[in-house]
Design a protein around this ligand. Structure first.
Ligand code: PEP
Length: 253
């Protein structure tokens, strides 16, 4: 089984945990669990401040990589408070999330997402672009919203840059909630997203892209979402901070 066939399980720690000690403990759990599974590669995205310490711990481990939750669209310069993809790569991290809904709520635009994605992909970071509707309406306007969001967030991402691109479909209404989307709906949305990608790129390239699902995934629903929902992996928030739950999710992959 090569890396492309493995499911991709990404833990998004958001602005947690409060201390480096806690971060080491949670990461240790993920590392042990990741070393025992074959059918998934595990990616942990901690806050930037913990990245270097955890990178040391990840160095000789099997099946686990680090990523970040955001990057900037320039490699260096007068951008107070920002972190460049070059810096991220220098720690040994391999992934970045871009355009998470919690950043979009703070004002991040599709245009900024696209600029970040182009640079990250050019530099060789595996880039997870998050997309997803805020809510649903009976007329299906949310599908148009999603179509525009995907097209605009991929502006300037040429076909040549697709090798390291991953799409995370995260319906915003399912993030941080009680219930995930049903696997049948996840599958339908995956087909819809791939159709939009096939409008932008070649059909074959669109078929090869990995699509992840995110939003209230837990150990009970993870297997059905991945295997009935027909997605290539999961983006997991809260449950990635709970070592036992995260381990249980990895075990059903
Ligand atoms: C997320 O933060 O991307 C997410 C999906 O969160 P949760 O799993 O907690 O819903």
């Amino acid at each position: 089984m090569n890396n492309r066939e493995k499911k991709i399980i990404v833990g998004n720690w958001k602005m947690n945990p409060p201390t480096i000690m806690e971060a080491r403990r949670i990461f240790g759990g993920a590392k042990r669990a990741a070393s025992k599974i074959r059918r998934a590669e595990v990616v942990i995205c901690p806050p930037f401040i913990f990245l270097s310490a955890l990178a040391q711990s990840a160095k000789n481990s099997r099946n686990i990589s680090l990523g970040v939750q955001n990057i900037f669209w320039e490699t260096a310069g007068s951008y107070t408070g920002e972190i460049s993809p070059t810096m991220v790569l220098s720690t040994g991290a391999k992934f970045t999330i871009i355009g998470h809904s919690e950043r979009r709520i703070l004002g991040e635009t599709d245009n900024q997402v696209a600029k970040k994605a182009v640079l990250a992909l050019k530099l060789g970071l595996r880039t997870i672009i998050c997309i997803g509707e805020n809510s649903r309406d009976e007329k299906g306007e949310y599908l148009n919203f999603l179509k525009n969001q995907i097209k605009n967030s991929l502006q300037g991402v040429s076909g040549k840059l697709l090798e390291n691109l991953i799409i995370a479909y995260e319906p915003v209404w399912a993030i941080g909630g009680k219930e995930a989307m049903r696997p049948g709906q996840v599958e339908e949305m995956g087909i819809f997203i791939r159709k939009i990608l096939a409008d932008i790129y070649e059909q074959e390239a669109a078929m090869k892209l990995s699509i992840l699902y995110g939003g209230s995934v837990d150990a009970k629903n993870a297997e059905a979402i991945v295997y009935q929902g027909n997605v290539q992996g999961l983006l997991i928030g809260r449950q990635s901070l709970e070592p036992e739950s995260f381990k249980a999710i990895l075990e059903v992959m």
